[in-house]
Ligand binder design. Structure first.
Ligand SMILES: [Zn+2]
Length: 145
C-alpha cells in the first residue's frame, strides 16, 4: 500500500489545493490568501503587545463627555451706595437697623421679652414698650388693607 498527497485544503478559504508531488505542499490556494493569512497573523501579534509598545488595550472603550449646564438664579444685590432706611440712632450716635424679616423680628421680640423678664428695662420704658407691642399685635392680627 502506498499513500501519496494529492491535495490539501487552503488554510484561508478551505478550498482544495492540488499538490503536484514535488516540493513543499502549498498551504494556500492563491497568493492573495497567503497574504491575508500573513496580515492577520502579524496584526494579531502586534495587537498582543503591551499598549505602551503599540499593542491593543484590553479595557472597554470609555466615552469622555463634557456637559455644560446653565443655571438661572435670581440674585438681589444692594447697590454700594444704597442706604437702608434707618429710623433713628442710638444714644451713642451709632445708627441701628431694624430686623429684615419675620425670623429676625421674632428674635428681636424674644430678646425684648427676655430682657423685660430679667428686669433689664427701666420702669419708665416698660409701659410705652408694652403699648407699642400691643399696637403691633393688633396690626398683625387685623386684615390687610
Ligand atoms: Zn484560499
Amino acid at each position: 500500500m502506498r499513500e501519496q498527497l494529492v491535495a490539501r485544503t487552503c488554510a484561508w478559504c478551505g478550498k482544495p489545493v492540488p499538490y503536484k508531488g514535488t516540493g513543499r505542499p502549498p498551504k494556500y490556494c492563491t497568493a492573495a490568501h497567503r497574504t491575508r493569512a500573513y496580515e492577520l497573523r502579524t496584526a494579531q501579534a502586534r495587537a498582543g503587545r503591551p499598549p505602551g509598545e503599540g499593542g491593543q488595550v484590553q479595557e472597554p472603550v470609555v466615552r469622555v463627555v463634557e456637559r455644560t449646564e446653565t443655571i438661572v438664579r435670581t440674585v438681589v444685590r444692594r447697590e454700594p451706595g444704597e442706604v437702608r432706611e434707618v429710623p433713628a440712632a442710638r444714644l451713642s450716635g451709632e445708627p441701628y437697623t431694624l430686623p429684615e424679616d419675620a425670623v429676625e423680628w421674632a428674635q428681636a421680640l424674644a430678646h425684648l421679652r427676655r430682657t423685660a423678664e430679667a428686669g433689664g428695662l427701666p420702669d419708665v420704658a416698660r409701659e410705652p414698650l408694652a403699648r407699642a407691642c400691643e399696637a403691633a399685635a393688633r396690626a398683625l392680627r387685623s386684615p390687610r388693607p
